[in-house]
Design a binder for this molecule. Sequence first.
Ligand SMILES: Cc1cc2nc3c(=O)[nH]c(=O)nc-3n(C[C@H](O)[C@H](O)[C@H](O)COP(=O)(O)O)c2cc1C
Length: 180
Amino acid sequence: MTDEILQRIWQALDEATTQGTGFTRGFLGTLGNQGGPRIRAVILRRFERSPARIFFATHARAAKVAEIRQNPQVALTLHDNDRSVQLRIEGTASAVHDDAERQRAWKALADHSLYASTLVPGEIWPGSDESRDLATAFCRFAWTRIELERLDWLDLAVDPHQRWQFWRDADSWRGQRIVP
Ligand SMILES: Cc1cc2nc3c(=O)[nH]c(=O)nc-3n(C[C@H](O)[C@H](O)[C@H](O)COP(=O)(O)O)c2cc1C
């Protein structure tokens, strides 16, 4: 049963990044540079099964990028309302530096306009934004990976509700059912 649940999780993550499901938009938690937690929505763009990794795109000057550099431990919570399941992920995040990999991810992004502006996310709005520079947009693109280390799966569609936890143990995953 443990393996079946794990396979279901991998499939759900795969579908989230290839089709668009309730898990496509997650909530990423980082430790803020002032010490408190910070959580925001992100779109899951890519999933790799082995080793298990999730990738998302962001702006290189976004606060979360600096936070991850300072403290790479992150949490990511996904909720699929249609299937009544929640997946909580804990792992280690880092920026992808490999240029070929960044280029591949960049080409797969439908919309580059977010990166065209030279304004810095989170700074005071200057009144208007005339700073469209698509030629340098790629420099502002941060392709970020999360290495999955712990999973917490909660299924509210079954009676009784089921909760499972999994943790990575070297190259394999171990898991057990726990009380919801
Ligand atoms: C539905 C939705 C999806 C979002 N997806 C992303 C995303 O994939 N990457 C991203 O950087 N910001 C995304 N955002 C914006 C973030 O939630 C956040 O406002 C922004 O990145 C600034 O966060 P930070 O200051 O913590 O870095 C999304 C917002 C919404 C509402």
